[in-house]
Design a binder for this molecule. Structure first.
Ligand SMILES: NC(=O)c1ccc[n+]([C@@H]2O[C@H](COP(=O)([O-])OP(=O)(O)OC[C@H]3O[C@@H](n4cnc5c(N)ncnc54)[C@H](OP(=O)(O)O)[C@@H]3O)[C@@H](O)[C@H]2O)c1
Length: 288
């Protein structure tokens, strides 16, 4: 599934191309699934140009679940594009054993969303037992993992979700769920994990207790003068140790994969349109 130009979802096309040839240190992986990430829309319509440049045509797909050609080993990885395909060449060092007990294609939900949640909750927010945590945007791909990881850390978790996601977000471990259309719960919370683009980001600081932490993966949150709230904005990175820890939690039944839909790879343009219309929740997995 290649992006041929910057523009609307029509720039994505399913093409017949030669199989990639692994270079030194790479292996060939037969793709079982990839997953949709909304940042792909930013890439597609050109918003990320200058920050994240690719050469066209570009094979999309940052999340990989599949089997190593030759050994059959089931693996997951965060890759730099190319997973929205039948075969992809990947540096061997980026591969992590896939979780058992879930369909291999579903494991493609894990890398980008799981790593972002892991790094938000543990690395940047330093969530620990007894803390109060607000996950803003818990119905989305990252949010489902953030709720589960914060709960696993022993936090008291409040989440925002609309009615379509409320039951799932509760089932994933949120103690309380607030409909974001009615505004944010006042708190103040020890930690706010923000997963939603914000028009007035500084307003979020009111929901954080003094010396608490706000972590945003979308809009940076500027802290007003005189406030001692710690504000972190970050971009996720590939970290195989974090991914292996997530896999272990899936294996242990602690973390569940919130797969809202599984669709054929050829549906990717339609998935983009659905995402732009606000119709997606949880994770959407695509299979070649
Ligand atoms: N910094 C990084 O490294 C990084 C990495 C990955 C992604 N991101 C960004 O992080 C954001 C979240 O990614 P994602 O994959 O989790 O997105 P996603 O799965 O597309 O999120 C969709 C969810 O957003 C929820 N939502 C929409 N408007 C909301 C609002 N006003 N308040 C609360 N929730 C709202 C909806 O919840 P309901 O179902 O409850 O309506 C929906 O389920 C995106 O903007 C993405 O580009 C950043």
């Amino acid at each position: 599934m290649r992006m041929h130009a910057y523009g609307d979802a029509g720039v994505l096309r399913l093409d017949e191309v030669r199989a990639p040839v692994p270079r030194d240190g790479e292996v060939l992986v037969r793709v079982a699934g990839t997953s949709f990430n909304p940042s792909e829309i930013g890439l597609r319509n050109g918003w990320l140009r200058g920050v994240f440049d690719v050469s066209l045509p570009y094979t999309v797909g940052w999340d990989l679940a599949g089997t190593v050609v030759g050994t059959g080993e089931p693996v997951v990885a965060r890759v730099d594009g190319g997973a929205a395909a039948g075969l992809v060449a990947v540096e061997a060092g980026r591969l992590v054993r896939a979780p058992g007990g879930v369909p291999l294609a579903h494991a493609a939900a894990l890398p980008v969303a799981g790593l972002t949640a892991w790094q938000a909750v543990f690395e940047h927010a330093r969530v620990a037992a007894g803390m109060s945590v607000l996950v803003n945007g818990a119905g989305g791909g990252i949010g489902g993992f953030a709720v589960q990881l914060a709960r696993h850390a022993g936090a008291v978790v409040t989440a925002t979700a609309s009615p379509r996601s409320e039951a799932v977000v509760r089932a994933l471990g949120a103690h309380e769920v607030h409909d974001y259309r009615l505004g944010l719960p006042p708190g103040p919370f020890d930690v706010v994990v923000n997963l939603v683009p914000l028009e007035t980001p500084t307003d979020l600081v009111r929901h954080v207790r003094p010396a608490g932490t706000v972590v945003s993966v979308t809009t940076p949150v500027a802290v007003p003068p005189g406030s001692d709230v710690r504000s972190v904005h970050f971009v996720m990175r590939d970290d195989t140790a974090h991914l292996a820890s997530l896999v272990a939690l899936v294996d242990a039944g602690v973390v569940r994969l919130d797969i809202a839909a599984q669709r054929p790879l050829a549906d990717l343009p339609a998935v983009h349109r659905d995402a732009e219309a606000g119709l997606l929740r949880g994770k959407t997995v695509l299979t070649p």
